[in-house]
Design a protein. Sequence first.
Length: 407
Amino acid sequence: MSEVTENGITVVANNYWTPNDRDGERFECAEGAWMYTEDGEAYLDMLAGYSANNFGHGNPIIREALIDQEMTGLTLAPRAFATKQLYRFGVEIGELTGYEMVLPMNGGAEAVETAIKTSRKWGQEVKGVPVNQGNIIVMNENFHGRTTTIVSFSDDEQARNGFGPFTPGFRKAEFGNVDDIEDVMDENTVAVLFEPIQGEAGVRVPPPGFLRQLRELCTREKVLMVADEIQSGFGRTGKNFACDHEDVKPDMMIVAKALGGGRMPTSAVLSSKDILGVLEPGDHGSTYGGNPLACAVARAAISILKSGQFQPNVTERGEQLRERLDELVGNGLTEVRGKGLWYGFDIDPRYITGKKMTAQLWGRHVLSKEADLYTMRFSPTFAINEEEIDYAANQVRDVLYVAGKRR
Ligand SMILES: Cc1ncc(COP(=O)(O)O)c(C=O)c1O
């Protein structure tokens, strides 16, 4: 869980021991799709900060926005006072997404907590659910962050062990199965919280039609459809947001990660006035939420997304990656899943574990991370090129080849 540095001081940094966690081998700088160690070794980043760095390390548009705002001297103002950047950010993200109300926060989990609080208050005040009786349906295998409330409804034992007591008021249903969600629903259900594609679960894509059916169910039962687009949004799947693939507009959308351009932790909850408007001044807040520096960076990220600059590359490189990984099914892989530039792949357990593959790919200068015992995922920056995709795929192929020989 941690790394001992020097003078007996322990820095809680990594969840896992990492092969290059030694002096001279720690990362120092980055550009485009590459990260460099203190010793100048180059590593191809196939994770992009779990989709936070979509637009590439050192993206000049985001860098310029950050520096320009820094130079104004106004980097933080209490949210009680309006700033130009917060105002412009609100308008621009509203235009991008089609929502009429936006509440900026900092990290992803904080925005998920905001959506949970909003759903509960909406349930009580608008739907008429008795006080403290509202329930929220979540999916099995979900990942929405690490706060005590959020891990209360996680399936991941490690994420929960030791951290109870947990927050009540959540029910589980099978991801991708609208009938199951309907079975679990009752008159006190206020929201269904879901990821349109489950990233941490290994890039699990629901069956076609799931989002539309869920939209219909939520509308019929007066339940909020709350999409966590923290990892799936901002171009990762080839469209601005994953729900766009089925032309579905959730009642509430949560964005983070790439909204902060890999620079500033920035998140937002988007909805209508009827829903988000249940929060009154003083109900909820955050010191750094919507600070001018974060808003300037977020506006740059929005402008990059809107420019369409990266979308063709996401599609082309995504297809290339899928083809290359598909070739390995039957030769060490059992399944490849994903959309856009985001793939999860299952390893044949007879070959190698995900953890060992992570270490072996590191040894071959490809940065990735297992999603499960035998599952890996790739979510490179959109700046990646054809040669680099081939490089990453070749390393997976070679790791499997060597592991296959040892079987
Ligand atoms: C779908 C989803 N929701 C929420 C989060 C939590 O975001 P953060 O780590 O910024 O709190 C993550 C992070 O991986 C995520 O993938």
